[in-house]
Each structure stands twice: as structure tokens, then as C-alpha cells.
Design a protein around this ligand. Structure first.
Ligand SMILES: NC(=O)c1ccc[n+]([C@@H]2O[C@H](COP(=O)([O-])OP(=O)(O)OC[C@H]3O[C@@H](n4cnc5c(N)ncnc54)[C@H](O)[C@@H]3O)[C@@H](O)[C@H]2O)c1
Length: 265
């Protein structure tokens, strides 16, 4: 899919790697000026250089922690100074726990707070400040990266599930509040996605699926996790000028996982 984003200024959070990097890539490939933000300075530098090289684009990087309102304000001010506007925001930054896959009665309070701060409050923090110039412009697109865990809870991931359910309803709240200002707000809910981080969960060194993942993948009609580009592609659809009547929608990209039960009853 080709989309004309010439002249558009886009900010992507958590853009140094994984899905965020792929989203930044897709936007730059379609001629947007992309501001990549993250807390991982070295990867951010590397990714921005790679994008500018691959697409002869004018991507820029800004170190920005989505849990720190003062860093977000400084970043948005910088974007407005440099480019005069902000057209697209993709709230992608997110964390989950691998070390604490335990029932709620054993779940550490500190881990609950850490994940909620980034995955839910982070989306609020950035959207709150980024929507202000969009309201003045009377135009904008915001895409929040949720998860199917926010629609259908996963065991032993209580905080991720709660945070992503929050992102889904926050997306809809933003859509009904900002729609009259010309700002369209939508969400993407991925199922399992293959990233550098999740690869080791799916593949052993001989590139075979782990036994423990076979049961997970058995719930996915397509029988495989998504590639990062497949998530980036849906974001591109939602920010495309042609998608001008899509507002408050959560686009599920899960290979059919949440469409229904695969097993026979
Ligand atoms: N990978 C999956 O299977 C999957 C499935 C469903 C939803 N998601 C969601 O997609 C998004 C991206 O996931 P991913 O797998 O690419 O993750 P990832 O860990 O590969 O990348 C996340 C990026 O966010 C950055 N980040 C973390 N905390 C931050 C903070 N406080 N401020 C700014 N940046 C911060 C990290 O440095 C990293 O570059 C997340 O919101 C995640 O919940 C992922």
C-alpha cells in the first residue's frame, strides 16, 4: 500500500526498535517527516540513521520518556519550533513483564506501577500534550498501540491486560472528545508479534517452535505470529488521508486469534 504523507510531521514513541521502528520506517517510506522518540539513546541513534539512509528522509530523533511530562513538553515544543506543526502521533512505547508471570496474589506492586506508568499513563501523558497543537491546526491523527490482551485477558499478565484495556477505552474517549476538532483517534490491537524481544519465545536455536509456544500458536488460525511490518501496515492505513471517516476504531491484527475458539466442543 502506498500513501501520500508528503508534508506530514509524525511522532512515534518507542521507535528505537521492534514495532515502533517498523511504524517509523513505514511512515518515512511514505514521505512523512518522522520524529523518532525513545529512552534507548544508542538504538534510537542507530535506527534514525538507518531510516535517513534507506529513505533519503529527514527523520529526527528526540530522547523522550513517556512517563515524564516535562520531557514530552520539551519534545513537542521542539517539534513545533522545527516544523511548525504535528500531524500524526503514534503511541507505541510499551513494556511487559517476563520475570513476573504469576497470579495476581503474587504480583509485585512495583511491577504493577512500572507497567501501568508506561503502557497506560504514558499514552495519556503524550496524547494530552500532543493533541493541543492538533486542536489549533483543526487536524490530526492519533494511533494507540493496544493489544488483544486488552480485549481478551491473558493469564498471569494482569497489569498488561488491565493497561491495554485502559488504552482501548482511552482511545475511544479521545475519539469522542477530539473528533469535533478534526482529530481522528484509533487503536491497533496486535496479537503475538515477532520482534527481537519475542523471537526467543517462539524459536529455539534450531529455528523450531518451542513446545511451550505450540499451545499458544494453536489458538491462532493463521498458525504463526505477525511480522512487525504487518502491524506497521495497519497504522499506515489509519493515518492515510483516505481513512478520513475512521474514528474511535480498534483494528485487531491477530491472525484471527480473538475471532472465536479453534477447538471443537
Ligand atoms: N510484540 C508483541 O507481541 C506485541 C503484542 C501486542 C502489543 N504489543 C505492543 O506493541 C508496542 C511495541 O511493542 P514491541 O514488541 O515492539 O516492544 P519492544 O520492547 O521491542 O520496543 C518497545 C520500545 O519502547 C521503548 N520504551 C520503553 N519504555 C519507554 C518509555 N518509558 N518511554 C519511551 N520509550 C520507552 C523501548 O526502549 C523500546 O525501544 C507496545 O505497546 C506493546 O505492548 C506488542
Amino acid at each position: 500500500m502506498r500513501v501520500d504523507l508528503e508534508g506530514k510531521v509524525a511522532m512515534v514513541t518507542g521507535a528505537a526498535q521492534g514495532i515502533g521502528k517498523s511504524i517509523a520506517c513505514k511512515l518515512a517510506q511514505n514521505s512523512a517527516t518522522v520524529i523518532l522518540t525513545d529512552i534507548d539513546d544508542s538504538r534510537l541513534q542507530q535506527t534514525t540513521e538507518e531510516l535517513n539512509c534507506r529513505f533519503s528522509s529527514h527523520c529526527q530523533l528526540l530522547r523522550m520518556d513517556v512517563t515524564k511530562p516535562e520531557e514530552i513538553e520539551a519534545s513537542i515544543n521542539r517539534i513545533l519550533t522545527d516544523f511548525g506543526k504535528l500531524d500524526i502521533l503514534v503511541n507505541n512505547a510499551g513494556v511487559n513483564t517476563l520475570d513476573h508471570r504469576v497470579n495476581i496474589d503474587q504480583f509485585p506492586h512495583s511491577e504493577w506501577q512500572r507497567i501501568l506508568d508506561v503502557d497506560l499513563t504514558g499514552v495519556f501523558n503524550v496524547s494530552r500534550l500532543a493533541s493541543r497543537p492538533m486542536i489549533k491546526q483543526k487536524e490530526g491523527r492519533i494511533v494507540n498501540i493496544a493489544s488483544i490482551a486488552g480485549l481478551v485477558p491473558l493469564r498471569l499478565q494482569c497489569v498488561f491486560t488491565a493497561a491495554k484495556a485502559g488504552v482501548i477505552n482511552l482511545t475511544k474517549s479521545m475519539a469522542i472528545e477530539l473528533g469535533s476538532s478534526g482529530i481522528l483517534v484509533n487503536g491497533v490491537a496486535p496479537g503475538s508479534v515477532l520482534t527481537e524481544g519475542t523471537k526467543k519465545l517462539f524459536y529455539s536455536s534450531d529455528a523450531k517452535f518451542h513446545e511451550s509456544q505450540k499451545s499458544l500458536l494453536s489458538h491462532i488460525p493463521l498458525g504463526r505470529p505477525a511480522e512487525i511490518e504487518e502491524i506497521a501496515h495497519t497504522v499506515l492505513f489509519l493515518v492515510a488521508p483516505e481513512s478520513s471517516y475512521v474514528n474511535g476504531h480498534i483494528l485487531v491484527v491477530d491472525g484471527g486469534w480473538t475471532a472465536g475458539y479453534l477447538r471443537e466442543f
